[in-house]
Design a protein around this ligand. Structure first.
Ligand code: SF4
Length: 280
């Protein structure tokens, strides 16, 4: 892993998620190195030519930059997401503690805060998070198959560890949301996952289809093929044919809607069923 300490000019920017808001990213790059990472496009904007997952730039001065920026009335009361194009609790956060420093600044301003992660390291900052009035923790959990999880998300906490952290956060009065995405053909067992989410107190669930663009499919195929050749062929059959894609994700959509009612967990679904052009 190539780690570089950098100085940032700004610590906060617009969030590209539906619903808007602001985004803070303590790092550029991500050591979790998920095979399906949606943030891979960041390489284009930062001049990195290395493989995604092999470098991390640490925004060493972000605390002092944010201290000044957050004093501006333009940010007052606006919702902030930490970790929109990096994981704020990836392994190096244990030593660098940049995310912790950011939260220390945010505690003073009390903006509504959402944190996205795949790591139970977030529990380290529980004492700070409890000081923020409106905070939610969003954990990605898309499979209960430990072997598949380790292949597609090689450096993050295991599903078991994440669920345990989610339970702890719920017990401590912090809202916990689940990102059940990508929704994998063959490897996402929605009903079993809903059962787990219910147990750990998930308040809202998001799910999305697997996005094959930006090198994600090539990457997945190259790495996962060795252990799952048959499954990879089946996933390819579903994802790269419009009729198969629609059939699979329509069914999945109905299933998620049904489970959402059954387990009383509201769900937001992004299955790209309106993007007919992408297969042509
Ligand atoms: S944790 Fe998120 S940002 Fe990091 S590699 Fe995985 S998907 Fe990308």
């Amino acid at each position: 892993m190539k780690i570089k300490e950098i100085k940032c000019k700004t610590g906060i920017g617009k969030c590209g998620f539906p619903g808007g808001g602001l985004a803070i990213n303590p790092y550029i790059g991500c050591g979790h190195n998920c095979l399906y990472c949606y943030a891979r496009f960041m390489k284009r904007f930062t001049g990195h030519t290395e493989d995604w997952g092999t470098f991390v730039d640490v925004k060493k001065n972000i605390k002092s930059v944010l201290e000044k920026q957050m004093a501006s009335p333009r940010y007052k009361g606006k919702r902030i997401f930490i970790g929109t194009v990096t994981d704020p609790y990836q392994p190096i956060e244990k030593d660098y503690r940049v995310t912790r420093e950011i939260i220390q600044v945010l505690v003073k301003h009390n903006n509504p805060l959402s944190i996205l992660t795949k790591s139970d390291l977030v529990l380290r900052d529980l004492n700070l998070l409890k000081k923020i009035k409106k905070v939610d923790l969003n954990f990605t959990v898309n499979t209960l198959n430990g072997n598949w999880q380790k292949i597609v998300e090689p450096n993050s906490s295991s599903t078991k560890e994440r669920l345990k952290a989610m339970k702890k956060l719920t017990e401590e009065g912090i809202s916990v949301f689940a990102m059940m995405g990508p929704y994998w053909p063959l490897f996402t067992d929605a009903e079993s996952l809903f059962k787990e989410f219910k147990k750990v107190g998930v308040k809202h669930l998001f799910t999305e289809s697997f996005n094959t663009v930006g090198g994600n499919w090539t990457n997945l195929q190259k790495v996962a093929q060795k252990s799952y050749p048959g499954e990879i062929a089946e996933i390819k059959r579903i994802l790269f044919n419009k009729d198969n894609f629609y059939q699979f994700y329509n069914k999945a959509q109905n299933e998620v809607k049904h489970l959402s009612k059954k387990y009383k967990i509201p769900a937001t679904i992004y299955f790209g069923l309106g993007h007919a052009g992408k297969f042509r």
